[in-house]
Design a protein around this ligand. Structure first.
Ligand code: DQA
Length: 162
């Protein structure tokens, strides 16, 4: 599905702490693909779908909160792997709730099969849904899901096609 007739929607992709080390970092859990590879695959899929991505990785909670705030008015949705902040960050959850953009939560590993402390997500209740356990493919699944939601919302906006 392409977004025909209107400018391509902008989507924010936000990667949390330690994801810059993908490829090196515990490959048995997170796979051997680098973040750069994942980002290139995301840009390629975005080109096929017809959307534009801003991709940010940060190891800092406040930077992630600022990026979420900056998405307001600029992006139509957020694809986020909050990494360790999934399990700790009320601030990131509150930022997502505040901007109220459709959000898809992604994890490379299946967080529900891992340590007990990883099984709780502060983000899931403010996300449309969560994709967990499909490795790097999870980002592509998440982008497809987010794009579909963003296009649907755009078509429902007043004045669109009426
Ligand atoms: C992760 C899972 C988190 O528990 C962990 O802290 C990460 C990565 C994942 O993608 O599987 O850094 O979000």
């Amino acid at each position: 599905m392409k977004s025909e007739g209107s400018p391509p929607p902008q989507l924010l992709v936000l990667h949390g702490p330690n994801l810059n080390l993908l490829g090196l970092r515990e490959p048995g859990i997170y796979g051997s693909q680098t973040l750069d590879f994942i980002n290139r695959s995301l840009h390629e899929l975005a080109g096929e779908l017809g959307c534009i991505l801003t991709i940010i990785q940060s190891n800092h909670e406040g930077v992630m909160v600022d990026a979420i705030h900056a998405a307001l008015g600029a992006a139509k949705g957020i694809l986020i792997n909050p990494a360790a902040y999934t399990h700790t960050s009320v601030a990131i959850r509150d930022a997502l709730a505040a901007v109220a953009l459709p959000t898809v939560e992604v994890h490379l590993s299946n967080i529900h099969r891992r340590e007990e402390f990883r099984q709780r997500s502060y983000i899931a209740p403010v996300a449309v849904g969560q994709i967990s356990g499909f490795g790097a493919d999870g980002y592509l699944l998440g982008l497809r899901a987010l794009f579909t939601i963003a296009i649907k919302r755009l078509s429902e906006e007043p004045g669109c096609g009426t």
